[in-house]
Each structure stands twice: as C-alpha cells, then as structure tokens.
Ligand binder design. Structure first.
Ligand code: C5P
Length: 234
C-alpha cells in the first residue's frame, strides 16, 4: 500500500501543529522541508513526532562524506523516518549516509536520493558540466548510482517513476511529488500526475502539499486522495 505524505509547507511550528491536528487521523506522514526547518529547527520535527506522525525530513544533504554521515546521525536521533540526500554527492557520500542510518537499526531513517532537480533542463545541466546526457539519462544514471551505493529509494517526478520503478530492484522506495487529483489546481507544477497514475507507475509514497493544505476540508481532501490511491491498487 503506497503512503500519502503531506508536505507541511508552512512557516511556523504553530501552523504546522495546527495543520497536523486539523487533518487528524486521515494522514500519518508529513514532509518538513527547508523553509520550515530553517525557521523552526529540530523542535518542529519533535512536535510532529509527538503528535504520533512519521516525518520525512527533506533537507537534501550534499557535502563531504564525513559531514553528511554526522548530519544523518543527528537527523536519525530526532526520529525522522525518511530523509533526502543528493546523488550528485557521489558514491562515498551516499554510502556514508546509508551506513550512518543503518547504525540506528530498527529506527533507522530510510535514505532517499534526489537525482536531477526538476527545475533543471538540458541547458542548466550543460552549465554545471553535465554534457552529452539528456536530463532523463542523467536521472537514470544517478538513480542507479544511489541505489548501488546503499540508498533506500529515490525522489522522482511522476514522469520518471515508471521507468525507474521498472529498472531498479524491488523494495526500492519511489517518492513522488507533483501529484494532483483530477480537477485540482496545478499551481506552479509543470508535470503532474493523478494519485492513481503515480501509484500504477510504481510510486510507493506520494507527496502532496497544496491540494490538501489549501482545501476547504483538508482531512476530506486527504481521504479522497487515499481512496483514489487504494482504488488504483496501492
Ligand atoms: O503543493 P505541492 O503539492 O506542489 O507540494 C509538493 C511538495 O513537494 C513541495 O514541498 C515541493 O517542494 C516538493 N517537491 C516538488 N517537486 C520536486 C521536489 C520536491 O514539488 N521535484
């Protein structure tokens, strides 16, 4: 069964706690990203954990292996369940993150690797020295590197999830943002998929922000997405 993760894209701990309480039992997993973490720090992670929820800490670590290893340990001590690193940090950095997490045994966070940010196109890749590969080829190469180096899964766009889930080992997590229920506002997302399509393509976790947070009844919006996921065979 794929899981729904609601992106807590708010600015304060109070707002975050209020949203989680409003949504209630409908959702058990929340993403805390750079905006909220930079404002509120580890306290907001603890507050969401104290409400009995799982936390996806999306800080996209990218540094030398020793620094990433120590940062993963710090995040694991907070009890986070999923967290992100950049595959472009290389094999040793990914391995350091995976080993640091594994040291926490049953409470280890799963390490997800980001491949190519969806904001980058072919000319951006050329600017940073990635020539001779399309963005899709670079995504596939970095995804393989990440999984071979011990990452538990990948953050991938709805456009990528089908081919990645077919080519990578069973048990790999595929965490997919850019999900919009039919009829929902697309906002600034360019390539979207419905919850049902993402699940059918192999997504194991869907990250949804505004379609839940901005809904008149966020709990109902979340339940509708979960029903669509379940009908698609999640
Ligand atoms: O509101 P919305 O559903 O678009 O939120 C999606 C969440 O997933 C946001 O927190 C956004 O930063 C994140 N995300 C994304 N696209 C990516 C990576 C992360 O939308 N490629």
């Amino acid at each position: 069964m794929a899981e729904l993760i609601v992106a807590l894209d708010v600015q304060t701990r109070e707002e975050a706690v209020e949203r989680v309480k409003t949504i209630g039992d409908a959702v058990g997993f929340y993403k805390i990203g750079l905006e909220l973490f930079s404002a509120e720090g580890p306290d907001v992670v603890k507050a969401v954990k104290d409400l009995g929820k799982k936390v996806f800490l999306d800080l996209k670590f990218h540094d030398i292996p020793r620094t990433v290893e120590r940062a993963v340990k710090s995040a694991a001590k907070l009890g986070v369940d999923l967290m992100t690193i950049h595959s472009a940090g290389g094999r040793a950095m990914i391995r350091a993150a995976a080993d640091a997490a594994a040291g926490f045994g049953a409470s280890a966070p799963a390490i997800l690797a980001v491949t190519v940010l969806t904001s980058l196109d072919a000319s951006d890749l050329a600017d940073i020295g990635v020539a001779g590969r399309t963005p899709a080829e670079q995504v596939a190469a970095l995804a393989r590197l990440a999984v071979d180096s011990g990452a538990n899964g990948l953050v991938c766009s709805p456009k990528e999830v089908g081919s990645l889930s077919r080519s990578l080992p069973k048990g790999t997590f595929f965490v997919t943002p850019g999900v919009r229920p039919a009829g929902a506002a697309v906002g600034d997302q360019k390539r979207v998929a419905t919850p049902a399509d993402a699940v059918r393509d192999g997504a194991t976790h869907l990250v949804v922000g505004r379609p839940v947070l901005a809904a008149p009844d966020p709990a109902l919006a979340a339940r509708d997405i979960l029903a669509e996921m379940s009908a698609a065979g999640a």
